[in-house]
Ligand binder design. Structure first.
Ligand code: AMP
Ligand code: FE
Ligand code: FE
Ligand code: ZN
Length: 277
């Protein structure tokens, strides 16, 4: 059986609710899942209730965007304690930064002549969760400024587009520390999407990362084979997931994509047994 240890819900920029994700995971026969929303624990916590009801394995998780040298690296935190007060506070601070940045993007858009989208429209798209560029894109589509979300990224929000504003992010080391202090297992997300850094895996291991997301739909079979070799040689855990943001988003990817084997879940279970709280 397969697992999917990297799914986004409506608590961040995914389009499926935690309950829908749990139901879909059961329908396609996954052995276990993790909802790893951007800087937000609410989706994972809610899914835990639904997963328990139907007997689906679920590992609590979060995904934190970080600055590593001059590139962006995402850190996944598995087994974090969702009740950890300090973790909750640190993630809230990061989410406040997201909100300020959304306002800055709107300011840029206004300079570009787009004045019919306000922060309330963006917040409505986010539905109370972690605010990201996909929500600004959805607000632009709803206001008729662009035809679809992909166009919104292309014309305004993408990294090289005129309304792009980077987020203030913690450093990779800080995020690893945040995960550790909450009793979690830090894992580097989709290293294949990080602009080429030849010793990335080894440097992350030096930073104290405990695993690497090897299985991911955007990793080629060749990348996966090479990563498996390096990750196992470094004595790190192998994890994987679809990074699904649900249907109807900018880049639809199904839950279960990436075909991470059940051994990924077993590896995290073993880590948990070796690191009791
Ligand atoms: P943020 O964390 O607010 O910077 O938003 C990042 C999210 O925006 C990613 O997780 C994707 O869901 C989405 N995204 C980023 N770049 C693009 C793009 N060029 N086209 C479509 N979606 C994108
Ligand atoms: Fe996202
Ligand atoms: Fe990511
Ligand atoms: Zn993700």
């Amino acid at each position: 059986m397969a697992v999917d240890l990297h799914i986004h819900s409506t608590a961040s920029d995914g389009t499926q609710t935690p309950e829908e994700i749990v139901r879909e995971a059961r329908r396609i026969g996954l052995a276990g899942i993790a909802i790893a929303d951007h800087d937000e624990l609410g989706g994972s916590a809610e899914a835990a209730l639904h997963a328990e009801r139907i007997g689906l394995r679920l590992i609590p998780a979060v995904e934190i965007s970080t600055d590593y040298e001059d590139v962006e690296v995402h850190i996944l935190g598995y087994w974090i304690d969702p009740q950890d007060v300090r973790l909750g506070e640190r993630l809230r601070t990061i989410r406040e930064g997201r909100l300020q940045r959304a306002q800055q993007i709107l300011d840029r858009l206004a300079e570009l002549g787009v004045t019919n989208v306000g922060i309330d429209d963006v917040l409505r798209e986010a539905g109370g969760g972690s605010v990201g560029r996909p929500h600004v894109a959805a607000a632009l589509v709803r206001a008729g400024v662009t035809g679809h979300r992909q166009e919104a990224f292309k014309r305004y929000l993408g990294k090289t587009a005129p309304a792009y504003v980077p987020r203030v992010r913690p450093t990779t080391l800080e995020a690893i520390d945040i995960v550790r202090e909450a009793g979690g297992c830090p894992v580097v997300a989709h290293p294949g999407l990080v602009p080429r850094r030849p010793r990335l895996i080894e440097q992350m291991a030096d930073y104290g990362v405990e695993g690497v997301e090897v299985y991911h739909p955007k990793h080629s079979p060749r990348q996966i084979a090479l990563l498996l070799e390096r990750v196992q040689a470094a004595g790190l855990l192998v994890t994987g997931g679809s990074d699904s943001h649900g249907p109807g988003g900018t880049e639809p990817v199904s839950i279960g994509a990436g075909s991470a084997p059940e051994a990924c879940l077993e590896g995290l279970d073993q880590w948990r047994r070796q690191h009791p709280r």
